[in-house]
Design a protein around this ligand. Structure first.
Ligand code: NAD
Length: 277
């Protein structure tokens, strides 16, 4: 069966399940992304700071898959020593496109708010220009908290299409998901498998998996799809890349979903967006 899509607030369709390439070295990215495309993923999540846009782009442009069937996300690494201006945002965007070997991306994200630098409004206005030019079909943010989004919404007519945040059964982010939904912003889950650490050994997930003949990872990804998140699991192991895509042919029931809701610990694996600089 086919990956469901979510319609973004500008009408663009985004696959709900994609493949993330954080920590995949550039010289392994082409092979990893090619395995993902072979299995059926069409949405790929990279970022300038992952330093693998070239390898990722190579797999995309040599795949033979029509460009309009792919959904490519990259992100502006605004966590540098400089304060961001229109000019250096445009320069970074050009550099990403050129490394990817593409003339447009489907989604361009501000990687972190870095509110202490007070430049995300300038960045966002430049993102609006990029969207206007058609070189990004949609633009959005990552790691934005409600206060950051409130400020964007107050100062700009352009509502982010997506907010990509840390989100998994141990960190469910109910408040932020609700905020996003209320404003027409799609929530995308990073580290959707909780980075594979303790989460995938959780006895409740293992038990639910056994009930459906699925792994804990598949249960977690199925949960993301059923609660309406976009999820971008990462693996470089072909069997896991395949396993993580094989989540379309079963349904978690109300008991499963209730058990999953009960797993929230409210603790992050990654940095706190209010402090990260
Ligand atoms: P993840 O939750 O996808 O976990 C990946 C790890 O889980 C793998 O390295 C592997 O160790 C394990 N794993 C994967 N599949 C498995 C399986 N089927 N069975 C058992 N173990 C399995 O974590 P992630 O890589 O941190 O996040 C996914 C993607 O999210 C990244 O590649 C990146 O694209 C994105 N991301 C974005 C941000 C951001 O700030 N916007 C931050 C982190 C990650």
């Amino acid at each position: 069966s086919k990956v469901p899509t979510i319609t973004l607030n500008n009408g663009v369709e985004m696959p709900q399940l994609g493949y993330g390439v954080w920590q995949v070295p550039d010289d392994q990215a082409a092979e990893a992304v090619s395995s993902a495309l072979e299995v059926g993923y069409r949405s790929i999540d990279t970022a300038a700071i992952y330093e693998n846009e070239e390898g990722t782009g190579k797999a995309l442009t040599t795949s033979g898959i029509p460009r309009d069937e792919l959904f490519v996300t990259t992100k502006l690494w605004n966590s540098a020593s400089e304060t961001w201006t229109r000019d250096n945002v445009l320069r970074e965007f050009d550099a990403s496109l050129s490394k990817l070997g593409l003339d447009y991306v489907d989604l361009y994200l501000i990687h972190w708010p870095r509110a202490m630098r007070d430049d995300y409004l300038t960045i966002w206005r430049t993102f609006a220009e990029i969207a206007e030019s058609g070189r990004a079909r949609a633009v959005g943010v990552s790691n934005f908290q409600p206060a950051h989004l409130e400020r964007l919404l107050a100062e700009s007519p352009l509502v982010p299409a997506v907010n990509q945040i840390e989100l998994h059964p141990y960190f469910q982010q109910a408040g932020l998901r609700e905020f996003d939904a209320r404003h027409g912003i799609v929530t995308e889950a990073w580290s959707p498998l909780g980075q594979g650490r303790g989460l995938l050994e959780d006895p409740a997930l293992v038990r639910i998996g056994a009930k459906h003949g699925k792994s804990a990872a598949q249960v977690v990804l199925r949960w993301h799809l059923q609660v309406g998140n976009v999820a971008i699991p990462k693996s470089v192991t072909p069997s896991r890349i395949r396993e993580n895509f094989d989540v379309l042919g079963f349904e978690l029931d109300a008991d499963d979903l209730a058990a999953l809701a009960g797993l929230d610990k409210g603790t992050r694996l990654g940095p706190d967006p209010d402090e990260f600089d």
